[in-house]
Design a protein around this ligand. Structure first.
Ligand code: PEP
Ligand code: CO
Length: 460
């Protein structure tokens, strides 16, 4: 196999890349990005790798979630805190009722690029229909339907970096400031809601904490701070390359304690724009640029798997991304749809077992269950999402495998984008608060309800 370096992907076909009209401007921006400080540090990435290896061994459960596409305009204190809140609430429910410590990974602070099924779309501008380049996410162009807005603009790479920096800074500040303190989960109450069941969980958590502390069993510090990691789809490769940094071999016990030195002996390349990166269903082809880029970085890698993947392709893909058979190096995120998971999942589980790779299996019950309403809105039914999840748990159990995580598109805000759930969002409710720039998300209430249902499945 050819030598890897951060730009070796450039020799291979790269799907889903925009065309930049001004390449010298792109070069200038990339040079600036390469000089800017990283958004995360390798020690954190190493810590996540340790946690994901434990999840792959069934000792932890991965909760990954956030927007389909973050938009720069939503980079504000309330929206960020709401998203952190809903993930914290879900993780308390999963840990307490599901009895499994949770690894929290946001689709946040960098989820700005979207793969699209076509390069252009026909939209109505005033009285006439015109053909425009599609919106590819704020990292690339603007959602507004005008030719100017849809031009790929290199300056957006810098804007994305600074918005990601502002977002992760706020998350870090909230966590440092005690927002995630388990003694005060009332800080995470979302305005609109709080079910009786959730209140009961909080009360039990509080009592258990008091009991443990009375026994001297837990150090306060460990409960006041939590781990929270960032992730996004590694889609726009020049951007990802510019955030890739060489990290020399770490020395001393500190690095060891972080689990870093065992990961990158002799040093290694890290994408320091996020803790975890994933490759999407539309860009994971063998021989393509995206897998080439991802195989060389030390970060944990997620791979979305839809109905088109074959067992042989999956084995080849794992050999490429995980040649050293490192537990938790790869998270396989299946997204078949409630109607086709039965057909597809089991053969892949067999193939992975035979290959000897210790992957972390996660289920994205969102992307295979998208439907369009008569009014033209993309939505998902709570019941379909739940059904794919239930089947994922059942199939893994039947194959003597473990579902070790879930992957959601969600938000803490009271949007009406997905239908169903206990609160009963109807098709006629959808236009009321339909705010996503891309796919429909579970709202805060639906997310928490989902967490209780998953906790029930974990207990079984
Ligand atoms: C996504 O996660 O937003 C996405 C586009 O998913 P997939 O690649 O699985 O279609
Ligand atoms: Co999506």
């Amino acid at each position: 196999m050819a030598m890897w370096n951060p730009h070796s992907w450039q020799a291979l076909p790269a799907a889903q890349q925009p065309e930049y009209p001004n390449l010298s401007e792109l070069e200038r921006v990339l040079a600036q990005l390469r000089r800017l400080p990283p958004l995360v540090v390798p020690e954190e990435v190493g810590r996540l790798r340790v946690l994901l290896a434990e999840a792959a061994a069934g000792k932890r459960f991965l909760l990954q979630g956030g927007d389909c596409a973050e938009q720069f305009k939503d980079c504000n204190a309330e929206a960020i805190a709401d998203k952190l809140r809903v993930l914290l609430q879900m993780s308390v429910v999963l840990t307490h009722s599901g009895r499994r410590p949770v690894v929290r990974v946001g689709r946040i602070a960098g989820q700005y690029a979207k793969p699209r099924s076509g390069g252009t779309e026909r939209v109505r501008v005033g009285a006439k229909e015109v053909e425009l380049p599609v919106y590819r996410g704020d990292l690339i162009n603007a959602l507004e339907a005008t030719p100017g807005a849809r031009k790929a603009d290199p300056d957006r790479l810098l804007q994305a970096y600074f918005h990601a920096a502002a977002t992760s800074n706020h998350i870090r500040a909230l966590i440092e400031g005690g927002f995630a303190d388990l003694h005060h989960p009332e800080r995470w109450e979302l305005h609109q809601q709080s079910t009786e069941a959730y209140r009961e969980v909080l009360e039990e958590v509080r009592e258990s904490l008091e009991f443990l502390e009375a026994l001297g069993g837990v150090e306060r510090g460990t409960l006041e701070r939590i781990d929270f990691f960032t992730s996004h789809e590694a889609l726009l490769l020049p951007f990802e390359e510019a955030l890739t940094r060489w990290v020399p071999d770490p020395e001393g016990g500190g690095a060891n304690a972080m689990g870093l030195s065992s990961l990158a002996r002799g040093g290694g390349y890290y994408n320091l724009g996020a803790h975890m990166l994933w490759v999407g269903e539309r860009t994971r082809e063998l021989g393509g640029a995206h897998l080439e880029y991802l195989r060389g970085i030390q970060n944990p890698i997620g791979v979305k798997l839809g109905p088109s993947i074959t067992a042989a392709q999956l084995r080849e893909l794992l050999q490429l991304l995980d040649p050293t058979h490192t537990p938790g190096r790869v998270t396989l995120i299946t997204r078949f749809g409630a109607g086709s998971i039965r057909e597809h999942l089991a053969p892949l589980i067999h193939a992975v077992k035979r290959s000897g790779h210790q992957v972390l299996w996660s289920c994205d019950p969102m992307h295979g269950n998208t439907v369009k309403t008569g009014g033209g809105l993309k939505t998902r039914h709570f019941e379909a999402v739940l059904s794919e999840l239930r089947q994922a748990f059942e199939i893994h159990a039947a194959e003597d495998s473990q579902l070790g995580g879930v992957h959601f598109e969600l938000t803490g805000e009271a949007v009406t984008e997905c239908m169903g759930g206990h609160a009963g969002v109807l098709e006629s409710d959808l236009p009321r608060a339909y705010e996503t720039g891309c796919d429909p998300r579970l709202n805060g209430v639906q997310s928490l309800e989902m967490a209780f249902l998953i906790a029930g499945m974990l207990r079984k």
